[in-house]
Design a protein around this ligand. Sequence first.
Ligand SMILES: [Fe+2]
Length: 298
Amino acid sequence: MLTATRLVGRIKFDDASLKKDLKVLSELPSLKEQYDEFGSGTWINHSLWNRTGEWTDTRYSDYNHPAIRTQVGTATSYLSGIIEQYFDLEHLRMARVRNLVNGLVIPHTDFLELSEDKDRYVRILIPLETCIDSYHTEERFGVFRMRKGDIWILESTLPHSALNLTSDNRRILSLDFQYADIPNPHYSSIFSDPSICDETIAPALVSRTRLEPEDLQDYLELLSTRFNDKDDAEQILVELSKVHLRFDSAVSDIYKNLTTVARLTRRQELVEHCERMRTFYIGSRVMNERFPLRKGLF
Ligand SMILES: [Fe+2]
């Protein structure tokens, strides 16, 4: 499916019903995150619909039957009702609510470990609860805020990232669809009720300014003085991601800058570590490959 990051519609939620479901999610115990190495800070993920119907199953994989509602999907009946009412259940493979608090979704590219035929996946993100200082960024689209009820297509085969600079909840309903059986499908196939589809809504883009090369260089040199061992790489990545929010640059530049910081230390093992990070997150990955990061540094 040919997609590009774009705002494709908006859902008007019933706030009282939505709050009830969000409370159910808040009261669930935290699970060990399957994709733990993709978050820094607090990143909580609850499966509403998935391959097995088990809420503890947070793994994404290719399969060829409609997603099954989990125990959590049943307990959050308003959200499951929205999914059933508006979206193409036959091609839905996963529905998750993801909460990012005071944290960073490490800049990454999705589906690197899945099949070659990446254009058959489409991911929709719908914020349920936003906070004033949370952002998304995508390699070509730039930095933007997702507003409550927005229906975003995120081109997740390009490098992308998210940050919440506050300790308030930022919860998003993430829906994954897979169209293996339809040649060249249009993304509008995801809607079973197209009344919520509206491409005229203006996205909340964040305007950024130019960062002069010498200012960037000064900052990278400063960061290099804090880069003492491999465990420091994650914190430096967080700092570089914050800079990216305010100054014009591509998501992949975060890794370019990280490697420059490592080079400035003149320590080969740090350079190699940062190059491995870049490869794992936005270069190439095989199924079940992991990348251990030190946690909770945001
Ligand atoms: Fe992603």
